[in-house]
Design a protein around this ligand. Sequence first.
Ligand SMILES: Cc1ncc(COP(=O)(O)O)c(C=O)c1O
Length: 373
Amino acid sequence: MTHPYETPYIPPPYPYDLLDELRGLAQERFGSVIDCSIGAPVDPPTPAVVAALSTSNLERGYPPSVGTLEYRQAAAGWLDRVANVDIDPATQIGAVVGSKEFVALTPHFLRMRRPDRDTILYPEVAYPSYEQGAIFSGCRAVPVAVDEKWRIDLDAIDPADASRALCLWVNSPGNPAGGIDDLEAAAAWGRANNVLVLSDECYIEFTWDGPRRSILQNGVDGVLAVHSLSKRSNFAGARAGFYAGDPEVVHYLKEVRKHGGLIIPGPVQAAAIVAFGDQTHVEVQRDVYLQRLEIGLKLLRAAGATVEMPGGGFYLWAQAPDHDSWALARTLADRCGVIVSPGEFYGDRTDYVRFAAVQPTADLHLALERMHN
Ligand SMILES: Cc1ncc(COP(=O)(O)O)c(C=O)c1O
């Protein structure tokens, strides 16, 4: 638990910078690095999306911070298609400059709205920006236990923390472990405790276990879902996503964010509309990630790790032999040039590593060959 404003805040080292030594080792051994540490897509967006970036004529004026109506309509249409939810583009959606800024800044904005609450709840094994956002807001960052399938354990939330909470983060399919949460239970917990539930659903289209789930399938009261084009459309470099849900909260956030100048560039909004409108490229991408995850399984098992296919997402969460994640990370760099992230980047799991299946399939095949030599 962190309570930051008692002492000056010193940003922690950026996790992926800590892997430079391993990158150096792989580079020295193989002359190149197969970097499976960061979840950055390497495949291209569709040509139509790239073309739209240069033909929108939206460079010279200021686009709306909340997103053009066309942007919000495209996002709502996509949500309806993938999750069968009916969202009003006029009142229930706002644009984000990639979902990370929303994760990092929203607790601060929520605290300004509700200063009597001072606690941010998030899964104990999670994408690190939930904790950082809590710290930026001056709130207490309180991790919530996860169960043996890496799902958030709502029963483990201390009622004293619930009564102080501004929001609860859930992330399903989850990064790093690929868990699939019960989002109906999360929405009900939030309503029962009068705590806003923020549901990070950026991997929704890479759900392998069962149907695609959104918290919005349980109504919009007291919940927001957060989505991104970064992963589904290989558009992380352009920065486009949105939040959707409770109209009162959407209204508040859209007003604050407008004052803060948080705006997706006009040409990016135009290109995003094209990306939201196309499903074919996502089907292709799903197959690509499944193939890469299968190779990753073989690679990690060959290195002695215990690992299964995730319920969703494009990461493998592997338990290291001898429970030593740094030793496994070093072995992979040394034997096949692959860089993975030690589990400590995502919470207190020093016995795990995270493998992101984001490198070209041919490179992963090469890594597997090296491993068997
Ligand atoms: C769980 C989760 N949320 C949010 C993000 C941020 O993505 P972006 O800011 O590109 O939308 C990531 C990126 O890896 C993620 O894994």
